[in-house]
Design a protein. Sequence first.
Length: 324
Amino acid sequence: MSAAVDQARDEALQGLAQAASAEALEAWRIDWLGSKGRLKGLMSSIRDVEPSARKAFGQALNDLKGTLESAFEARAAASSDAAQPLDVTEPGTEPRGGARHIISRTIEDMLDVFARMGFTPVTGPEVEDERHNFTALNVPEAHPAREPSDNFYLQDGHMLRSQTSTVQIRVLEQTPPPVRIVAAGRVYRPDTHDATHYSMFHQVEGLYVDRSVTIVDLKTTLLAFARSFFGPDAEVRMRPSFFPFTEPSAEVDMKMKIKGRWQWVELGGCGMVDPAVLTQVGIDPETWTGFAFGLGVERIAMRRWGIPDIRWLFENDERFLRRI
Ligand code: DAH
């Protein structure tokens, strides 16, 4: 009797392979697996089998049933995929375009302006050592800027840089003057976050060292930047200040148009490179002089785009990112 089962299997599978449409598949299912189908017929023929062989016959029929059912399911699944082919003309979900972040765009624009004035963009590491962040910049050991509460200190004299002035030292160590560079990047200070403070922000640092650089060159450069960046009516104001790495030092304000009104905005610091800094990196301050400046990127971006809260820049809220 097992020959009958084998024969039924061959015949059924052959028929299934030939069923080319949904209707033919359904007809096959009714023919073989239906309640009055051929499998059922074979099962009732068990009565005619010798009692000693019934068990084996029943087993073989059960196997056949399993085989036919799974073959049918596989075939039906494949043909239903084929029945719903991919319609490439159907409108899909439109992917939303990404955009460069407002801070990246501001930095890019600033570097463009400085590049046109002959400043080469460079970068420096965000994990720095105290020598580059403080000592070589003429910041004394006991200076309050070194306070642990004002800096992110890491291990072994390392820290997250608190200012991009570090890059001045990195460049002067490597490159004999004349040098004219701009360095943009992140800086870190453990501030409590509020509308105007964040523990990470961005600066654009400039450095020009040559044989006879004067404070007039500094002011001229900043003014040229302001006019190119904010428009031909922009102005620059330098207010005397103190930084350990410049002498004299000044705070830089730029007059820019905000919502139709011209306003002074404090943007950073600047000054003539202190001879002690040049000496630290083995450059003779009798031959070389220089100026340096550091400008806050967030201040510029926030004023320019009317962003009232610095936290909006870094929280990655799509509602904000999509609007600017
Ligand atoms: N590094 C200073 C700060 O973060 C800003 C600064 C002041 C940079 C004077 C300079 C400079 O290059 O000459 O507050």
